[in-house]
Design a protein around this ligand. Structure first.
Ligand code: G1P
Length: 299
C-alpha cells in the first residue's frame, strides 16, 4: 500500500531556544524565507504523502494558523493589488491536507507518535522530525525511505554516519548486515548512548517509515532516556519482530534543533540566495577586517 500519511511531532517545548520559544513555536522560526516546519511539509508532499498529521500542543497554535487561511490578510493584499503575495499566501493554506492532534502531556517522541494511532492505525506511515531539515530536490530524503519500503517492505529509518564524540546526541543503530551499499538490516538500537557503549556510529536522523505494529509496542513502552517514552526503544523491540532497515540518506541535513545549528543553517542557505548572499558576505567580511586590524595592532 502506498505511503500517504506523514506524522510531524511538533508538541516539544523548544527549551533549547528559550526565551524565544516562551511564546513562539520553534517550528515557526524562520529558515531564510519560511518557517522551519514548511521545509518538512514540502518534503513529505514531494515524497508522495498527501495527509499530514501534526501532533501538537497548546503552545503551538501558530503552526495551525500558518497553514490556515487568513481572510483579513488576503483581503488587504487583494485590495492593495499585491496579487503575487496574495497568491503566495493562498498557496500556503492550500498546500496540504493537515490534521492536528493534541499531545496533552509532554511524555516524549514515542508518545507523540502513539497519538497518531487513531489516524494511522493499520497502515505504514512516515514520521518527520521537523528540527532535521533535509535538502535534496532530486530525491527528498523521506522518498528515499519510501522507495526502500516499496522494494523490500518493512520499516525504514534514515541514518547518517556521525563522529564518535556525537553519538550521545542521537539514537544509534547496530546494523546486522548490508543488503547493498548504505542499506542495512538493523538488529538493535539505543537512544543517546555514551561514546564507549555505542554499537556503531550510524545515527538515526529524523525521518522514518514505520509499521503500524509500532503502536502496541509504544502503548507498552515505559519511560527511557530522559524519563521520556522513546520512539527508539519501541523500534528496538520492533526489530525482533519485523524487518527494520536503515538507509544512509543522500542529501544535505541542517540541524535546526539548536541555536547554533539553526543560525548556521540560516547563514549557509542565505549564501545560496542571490539577493541575500552579499548581505551575509558584507557583514562577515567587515567583522573579519576588524579582527585583522586588531591582530595587526597587537603585533
Ligand atoms: C530524536 C530521536 C533520536 C534521533 C534524533 C534525530 O532525538 O529520539 O533517536 O537520533 O531525534 O534528530 P531528539 O533530537 O528529539 O533529542
Amino acid at each position: 500500500m502506498k505511503i500517504r500519511k506523514c506524522v510531524f511531532p511538533v508538541a516539544g517545548l523548544g527549551t533549547r531556544f528559550l526565551p524565544v520559544t516562551k511564546e513562539l513555536a520553534k517550528e515557526m522560526l524562520p529558515l531564510v524565507n519560511r518557517p522551519i516546519i514548511s521545509y518538512g511539509v514540502e518534503e513529505a508532499l514531494a515524497s508522495g504523502c498527501d495527509e499530514i498529521i501534526m501532533i501538537t500542543g497548546r503552545a503551538k497554535r501558530s503552526i495551525e494558523n500558518y497553514f490556515d487561511r487568513s481572510f483579513e490578510l488576503e483581503e488587504l493584499l487583494k485590495s492593495r493589488g499585491k496579487t503575487e503575495l496574495y497568491d503566495k499566501m493562498l498557496a500556503i493554506s492550500n498546500m496540504a491536507e493537515i490534521l492536528f492532534i493534541r499531545q496533552r502531556e509532554p511524555l516524549g517522541l514515542g508518545h507523540a507518535v502513539l497519538c497518531s494511532e487513531p489516524v494511522c492505525k493499520n497502515e505504514f506511515f512516515g514520521v518527520a522530525l521537523p528540527d532535521d531539515v533535509f535538502l535534496n530536490p532530486e530525491a527528498p530524503v523521506l522518498s528515499q525511505l519510501i522507495t526502500v519500503h516499496e522494494k523490500i517492505g518493512g520499516s525504514v529509518i534514515a541514518l547518517e554516519e556521525v563522529e564518535a564524540d556525537d553519538v550521545s546526541r542521537y539514537g544509534i543503530v547496530k546494523p546486522q548486515f548490508a543488503i547493498e551499499n548504505g542499506i542495512y538490516k538493523i538488529e538493535d538500537m539505543v537512544e543517546k548512548p555514551k561514546k564507549e557503549d555505542s554499537p556503531s556510529n550510524l545515527a538515526i536522523m529524523g525521518r522514518y517509515v514505520l509499521s503500524p505494529s509500532i503502536f502496541p509496542l509504544l502503548r507498552k513502552q515505559g519511560a527511557g532516556t530522559g524519563g521520556e517514552i522513546q520512539l527508539t526503544d519501541a523500534i528496538k523491540t520492533l526489530c525482533s519482530q519485523e524487518p527494520v532497515w536503515g538507509v544512509v540518506y543522500k542529501g544535505r541535513r541542517f540541524d535546526c534543533g539548536t541555536q547554533k545549528g539553526w543560525l548556521s543553517a540560516n547563514v549557509q542557505l542565505a549564501l545560496e540566495e542571490p539577493e541575500l548572499r552579499d548581505v551575509v558576505l558584507n557583514v562577515v567580511s567587515k567583522e573579519f577586517n576588524k579582527e585583522e586590524n586588531i591582530n595587526n595592532v597587537n603585533q
